[in-house]
Design a protein around this ligand. Structure first.
Ligand SMILES: Nc1ncnc2c1ncn2[C@@H]1O[C@H](COP(=O)(O)OP(=O)(O)OP(=O)(O)O)[C@@H](O)[C@H]1O
Length: 442
């Protein structure tokens, strides 16, 4: 289970099946899960009155439902917002690299839990070599492949392996878009020196989804220097991307060539046998029996994304816990339908587009929406308007409203300007195409 909140969601669903809807909605629905510590579940509600009722009437039920989900008994400790605060143990917010090591051990992203097949054995072998011999095997190691095929898993496995075997190594894991955000914040807060310091002191730097720096000039400049400093100092760099460097449009040539200096390793969608092995492994971890015909059915239906395969197994486990139904082909059909629906693309919002354009040009969303007329802000605003039209197909007047009540002709003019610039300026055109791709892919 990814988090206590998610797990508590299952517990609540379980409770819901054992009481009336009204009672559930009145007493249990709004409970806030705080944390699970040892075998005590800490929960919070909004009033003392609710707290009293739950303690008197529903503790037993909650305990039963917890035990059915977790497989072991728990004590319930419930507080209310007006009672003295309980110290919450939040994980350190800036340690993305620690995430996989504190997930309660349900599914650690290690080499041991990575199933190797023909589609990923090259990337796997390269990752093992890099972890065993940082900076002396392949540098940089560039792993690429479509979403959900195990790139992040391999990065975490490299981190974990080095952490275990090379004492004192400074390992930094960051996502491409977080690197950009951190840089923008550092510029805003005048802390760029600290930013340089942080990244240039890494012994191993792992950047997940590096494609997100494409088209962002300031970030590329910064990353170029970080890359050179680390490379020249003999430090290991590992990058992942959804495509090879030559297909990341608007990546500066000097970065593209550097990314190709070491080893490029691709991951392809898994073959049938690997898909079955992954389903089996996940089922074993979640302690659920999946008959062969059901596993084969799932493997035949979901061929391109391992995250979805795992999602189906999790759903089967949830059905078993909540409804007592054992995995069958019919249940698997439902689970697959749920997963595919969950994965329908989320509609892109205007805010999302503005913020992506803002990040590319180093301008805040607020300025893009404002009436400020500086050349840079106006240019970013025009690009935002163009992309909103491209992606959402909103009417000109609705776009005008989104951008602070601008009239129809201003919107038409902005779009025409961008189209004109795109015709004459290849680089400008590629930047816009890349922003659109980033938005559509994320
Ligand atoms: N070969 C494998 N063996 C076991 N589990 C795997 C394997 N490949 C992927 N997974 C699991 O599939 C899920 C998705 O993998 P991961 O997050 O690494 O994909 P990704 O390629 O980084 O995707 P994205 O580009 O969307 O971030 C994870 O839970 C991961 O553990």
């Amino acid at each position: 289970m990814e988090s206590f909140a998610e797990l508590f969601g299952l517990v609540l669903e379980n409770c819901r099946t054992k009481m009336s809807d009204v009672a559930f909605n009145v007493w249990l629905k709004d409970i806030v899960p705080l944390r699970l510590e040892g075998s005590t579940a800490y929960l919070k509600v909004s009033t003392e009155f609710k707290m009293g009722i739950i303690q008197d009437k529903y503790t037993k039920l909650l305990q039963t439902c917890f035990e059915e989900v977790l497989g072991f008994p728990v004590e319930i400790s419930i507080s209310c917002t007006s009672s003295p605060p309980i110290q919450q143990q939040e994980p350190a917010s800036n340690s993305a690299a620690m995430e996989p090591f504190i997930n309660g051990g349900e599914y650690e992203y290690t080499f041991a839990t990575f199933i190797v097949g023909p589609s990923n054995k090259f990337a796997h072998a390269a990752s093992i070599a890099v972890a065993a011999n940082p900076a002396n095997a392949y540098n940089p190691l560039f792993i690429y492949g479509a979403s959900g095929l195990g790139k992040t898993h391999l990065l975490y496995a490299i981190c974990e392996d080095i952490r275990r075997n090379k004492e004192g190594y400074n390992i930094i894991y960051v996502k491409g878009d977080e690197f950009t955000n951190e840089l923008i914040n550092a510029i805003g807060n005048k802390t760029t020196a600290a930013f340089h310091e942080k990244y240039r002191q890494a012994d191993v730097l792992l950047v997940d989804d590096i494609q997100f720096i494409g088209g962002k000039e300031g970030t590329q400049e910064e990353f170029f220097h970080t890359f050179n400093t680390l490379y020249e100092a003999g430090k290991q760099i590992v990058l992942t991307s959804d495509r090879p460097p030559k297909e990341i449009k608007t990546l500066e040539d000097r970065l593209r060539t550097r990314f190709e200096w070491g080893l490029l390793a691709d991951i392809q969608p898994p073959d049938f046998e690997t898909r079955i092995a992954i389903i089996r492994r996940k089922a074993q971890l979640l302690d659920i029996d999946i008959p062969d015909d059901v596993a084969e059915y799932i493997a035949n239906k979901l061929k391109t994304n391992i995250r979805q395969l795992e999602g189906v197994v999790k759903k089967l486990k949830a059905y078993k816990l909540l409804q007592g139904t054992s995995p069958s082909i019919v249940i698997a059909q439902n689970a697959i339908r749920d997963i595919l629906n969950d994965n329908l693309p989320v509609p892109v919002t205007v805010e999302r587009i503005i913020s992506e354009v803002g990040r590319t040009y180093g301008i805040s969303s607020q300025d893009i929406r404002s009436n400020k007329r500086s050349a840079q802000i106006s240019a970013a605003r025009q690009v935002s308007i163009y992309i909103v039209r491209e992606i959402t197909q909103m009417s000109m007047s609705t776009i005008g409203e989104e951008f602070g009540g601008r009239d129809h002709s201003t919107i038409v003019y902005a779009i025409q300007q961008v189209e004109k610039n795109m015709e004459h300026d290849q680089r400008y055109k590629e930047t816009i195409e890349d922003i659109i791709k980033n938005i559509r892919d994320s």
